[in-house]
Design a protein. Structure first.
Length: 160
């Protein structure tokens, strides 16, 4: 059985430990490993970053250099449902900023925050590749397009 690595508050699964060991000495390993860590925890907790630094024998500053450079990586735990609002050119021109305003009003949080019950978080993203459906909102794997502010309450209610 693979060794489990415990840190203060997290435990790496056997699969994650095996993955890290597989990538440990390969070029480009850090980004691949951090992607896998985020897949496991939905964000990269400080304790996980510490453990990756220890296993790879690299400075924690290098880990955080990668984590903070790439927008993809999350350093705080998102809500159970992470709402993404596209702010690509087409979505922006067709009113995505109004969608953000409506979500802030409905959920009582600003972009990048998590609701008190930890059910929702939301963020803006640069493009989701659905320009013909602008403006677009994504929750998990579900894409909602050609949205108006009036549709937002119904979409959120679906996840409550």
């Amino acid at each position: 059985m693979a060794e489990q690595r415990d840190t203060e508050q997290i435990t790496f699964s056997d699969e994650l430990v095996k993955y890290i060991e597989t990538w440990k000495h390969k070029p480009g390993n850090l980004i691949m490993i951090l992607h896998r860590v985020q897949e496991e925890f939905r964000f990269v907790p400080r304790e996980a970053a510490d453990e990756v630094a220890r296993i790879l024998d690299v400075p924690l500053a290098k880990i955080y250099g990668v984590l903070t450079f790439y927008h993809y990586f999350k350093l705080t735990k998102p809500g159970k449902y992470n709402i993404q609002i596209c702010l690509g050119t087409a979505c922006y021109l067709k009113g995505a900023d109004g969608l953000i305003e409506e979500i802030e009003n409905l959920l009582g949080v600003s972009e990048g925050e998590v609701t008190e019950d930890e059910q929702f978080s939301f963020e803006s993203v640069r493009c989701v590749g659905c320009c013909g459906l602008a403006p677009v909102l994504v929750i998990g794997d579900e894409v909602f397009g050609k949205l108006t502010k009036d549709q937002i309450p119904g979409i959120i209610a679906k996840y409550q």
